[in-house]
Design a protein around this ligand. Structure first.
Ligand code: F6R
Length: 260
């Protein structure tokens, strides 16, 4: 794991945008795995700004989102289809044929999950997988107790996750109970995993992910097994890391240190 600690949220987001831009500069037709949630909103704003400035080309990539709520059709205001459409795909004029999300309204959600994993494989796998982390250590919607070898499938959301995501729903709406999520095995097959965490409420989950045991109690700890995982943090999200000083020595201000 490469652990980059940036002084604040803005710098952490910029570092994350840099990593995505570097991948797309090297490989404009890269396959990106995308995440949703509050943490990612400034990432998509940053990517859009760079695309508009002509600094990165986003229109040649292919994307696969991590997850979608079961029961929500693509046009539902709280679906992740709509989230992506509003924050990235719409403003970009992105070719819908290149943008993939699981269909929450599939008549057979289990079969949809299997189809989705097969579509990722058929696209050649994911070059860069963007991830957030839940306060309970979930990645995608792989909640605690998820198999660390899981394929894409339907998961039951925890009460904590539904409560955390209620902020995106109206007062009279209920957060769906189930989601289709990329599995942990799917995430571990990505060629580069980039996890962004910002803010104090993520500090305990970040410490469990990076320094705790490899355990289904903290599904994000599976990233300890990823051959190339980059963890991008702001100072608040890094606050509970015991070896923080070491990580800051290895990558001061999130930078590479030259060996000579
Ligand atoms: C969203 C996803 C989730 C979120 C996580 C953090 O597609 O897969 O794992 O990344 O719940 O959400 P925020 O950023 O809203 O705290």
């Amino acid at each position: 794991m490469k652990i980059l600690i940036l002084p604040d949220r803005e710098a952490a987001v910029a570092a994350c945008v840099d990593l995505i831009a570097q991948t797309l500069t090297a490989t404009p037709d890269a396959v990106l795995g995308l995440a949703t949630g509050g943490t990612m909103e400034p990432v998509y704003a940053g990517l859009l700004a760079r695309a508009r400035a002509g600094e990165v080309t986003l229109n040649r990539m292919t994307s696969f989102n991590l997850d979608e709520y079961v029961g929500l059709p693509p046009g539902h205001p709280q679906s992740y289809h709509t989230y992506m459409q509003e924050r990235l795909f719409g403003p970009l004029g992105f070719d819908p044929a290149r943008a993939h999300l699981p269909r929450g309204d599939a008549s057979d959600p289990m079969a949809e999950a299997v189809r989705y994993d097969a579509a990722i494989m058929a696209a050649g796998g994911i070059d860069l997988q963007l991830l957030g982390i839940g306060g309970n250590g979930h990645i995608g919607f792989n909640e605690p107790s998820s198999s660390l070898a899981s394929p894409t499938r339907v998961k039951t959301l925890t009460r904590a996750t539904r409560a955390a995501n209620a902020r995106f729903f109206g007062p009279d709406e209920t957060v769906p109970q189930f989601a289709i999520t990329m599995g942990i095995a799917t995430i571990l097959r990505s060629r580069h995993a980039v996890l962004l965490a910002t803010g104090g409420p993520k500090a305990a989950a970040v410490a469990a992910m990076a320094e705790g045991p490899l355990s289904a109690r903290c599904p994000a700890s599976a990233l300890q097994m990823h051959p190339k995982a980059t963890i991008v943090l702001d100072a608040e999200a890094a606050a509970d890391l015991e070896l923080r000083q070491y990580y800051e020595t290895v990558h001061p201000q999130g930078q590479e240190v030259s060996l000579d």
